[in-house]
Design a protein around this ligand. Structure first.
Ligand SMILES: [Fe+2]
Ligand SMILES: [Fe+2]
Length: 245
């Protein structure tokens, strides 16, 4: 069962909750002249997602399928979408296109570099490369400029079958989720590098008013302080050796 919520005008959050891991997988559909889906989703979730997208638009009219980094929950269902949407184009980092996507995908991707712009009609998506943030050499984020929405992938991930949107703090739940993940087989899933703080501060300077979060609630409100605080929490959690964890 996919929960569908319009979290801002023309911005729909399509959420599937997996109770076994107490985690939501969220996908975002932007309804515009050229509809855009952010996160193709897991291949196994494609039938449910297709049905959910079909409640909002004709899935065959999808034009852009974008994501942050090459990983199954971001891109696993991509080729299924490309089959049913003949004019849809994969959109990712130029680096991701080069090293993985054009081999994996049934159609070539549009590869973006820093500050490139993708326009879908009313909405404008500015791209920022964020290598290794949240993880993956090819990672990047999209910022929709007119509504100030940051599509931030795994940043601010947290557990639970939570509300679609919150204005409460996301840093605390994210920190708790990181500490929990660090105790399990996925430990070390976010590298902390010399660039981490600077990249998050540069995202804060965009002054997002919505954070579209892949796992957990999206956030509405002034998001810059959360991004700055997240940098400190990432350092606290990941900038330490195994003996210290
Ligand atoms: Fe990821
Ligand atoms: Fe994810």
């Amino acid at each position: 069962m996919t929960a569908i919520d319009e979290i801002a005008p023309d911005l729909f959050r399509l959420s599937l909750y997996v109770p076994e891991i107490d985690m939501q997988f969220n996908h975002f559909l932007v309804r515009d002249e050229e509809p855009l889906l952010f996160h193709a989703g897991l291949k196994g979730m494609f039938p449910a997602l297709k049905e959910a997208v079909g409640q909002l638009i004709d899935p065959a009219t999808l034009r852009h399928i974008a994501w942050s980094h090459f990983e199954s929950d971001e891109i696993g269902g991509l080729n299924e979408w490309l089959k049913i949407a003949p004019h849809a184009q994969p959109v990712c980092t130029a680096l991701g296109k080069m090293v993985s996507v054009d081999d994996f995908a049934s159609r070539p991707a549009f590869g973006m570099t820093n500050d490139d712009l993708l326009t879908t009609g009313k909405y404008r998506f500015r791209f920022t490369q964020t290598p290794h943030i949240p993880h993956g050499w090819d990672a990047g984020v999209f910022f929709e400029e007119s509504r100030k929405t940051l599509f931030c992938s795994d940043l601010f991930h947290h557990f639970g079958n939570v509300d679609a949107v919150t204005s409460s703090d996301l840093v605390g739940p994210s920190h708790a989720a990181m500490e929990k993940m660090q105790q399990g087989p996925l430990a070390g899933y976010i590298p902390y590098t010399r660039q981490t703080e600077g990249v998050l501060n540069s995202l804060a300077e965009l002054e997002p008013e919505t954070l579209a979060v892949m796992h957990g609630s999206s956030y509405t409100g002034q998001s810059a302080p959360l991004l700055r605080d997240l940098a400190a929490v990432l350092q606290q959690t990941f900038d330490r050796g195994p003996a210290e964890s």
